[in-house]
Design a binder for this molecule. Sequence first.
Ligand SMILES: *Cc1c(COP(=O)(O)O)cnc(C)c1O
Length: 351
Amino acid sequence: MLRDWGSRDKAFIALTARIRARLLEIAGVGASHVAVPVQGSGTFAVEATLGTLIRPDAKTLVLVNGAYGKRMVAILERMGREAAVLEWPEDRPVEPQALDAALAAEAAIRHVAVVHCETTSGILNPVEAVAEVVARHDRGLIIDSMSAFGAIPFAGAEVEFDALAASANKCFEGVPGVGFAIVAKDVLAAAAGNAHSLSLDLHAQWRGFEANGQWRFTPPTHVLAAFDQALAEHADEGGVAGRYRRYSENRRILVEGMRGLGFETLLGDEVQAPIIVTFLMPSTPGFDFQLFYDGLAERGFVIYPGKLTVADSFRIGCIGRLGPDEMRQALAAVEVTLKSMGVGVLETVSR
Ligand SMILES: *Cc1c(COP(=O)(O)O)cnc(C)c1O
């Protein structure tokens, strides 16, 4: 990142091509799909994917069990694309059987959109089973795999999907500033003219890369240089399997340690992804979330406030350049912070 890259220079063209090829490998797909990066945060990639693949007159069913599913609905509504919603509580995975019934009942639905790991709660949705239902009904599937892709196993060759969107700065541990979609080539080829936006048109973006290897508009060069390095480190760690192993171990240490201190997780272990863990807010007298947050931050650990509607909560991530040592240090900081608030072992939590 300390070097200036000429965005139309051949070294940078090669860097872009390397990233695009590597993303396809990680997704487990070959020439059937293409990787199309797009400037901006992950939401830009999701918005570009929805806006490009969905024709203006087509209806989309969005499976919602958290804020990111709701965000896709908001994007569709803002673009004027018709959206139907199938919704579950935030602590329950989406259910393929209910999707099956909804698709059987409504032929007008052409696309289904689902979030892979709903980062709102940290729940893992069964995207493979969802994909099977969507394919059986001959509709198109769009996956927001932002917080899963790169660390949660995904056998792209065996899953029928039109597109998957993610970004550099979650499980790839890159810096923020670029997202991407992995799109079925035939679907993308047929999507010319759909997009509501010039800069978020993935078809045009793809045609640009195919034409001369360059980005249509100025790319975040330093961010891409970092992403290239992040992908090399991802490979060195053993790719998706290696990262899944480390994050799973982070989650194990975190959940065991927090439970040992009396905290309770929102989710059952069987649906908890190794990405981010939601803890219910303790009701113990003396526990104050702002003091807790600030105490951890002073000790070098920044956590996440809750984003749930079903329960008062906070979240702690398992991803990023963290391993067992850092997770144990975080637990030690939690323990010291509780003591500093005059709260010993937590015994009761609210739900
Ligand atoms: C992080 C994330 C996004 C994108 O959010 P940005 O703030 O735009 O990076 C989208 N979906 C999910 C599931 C996410 O975790």
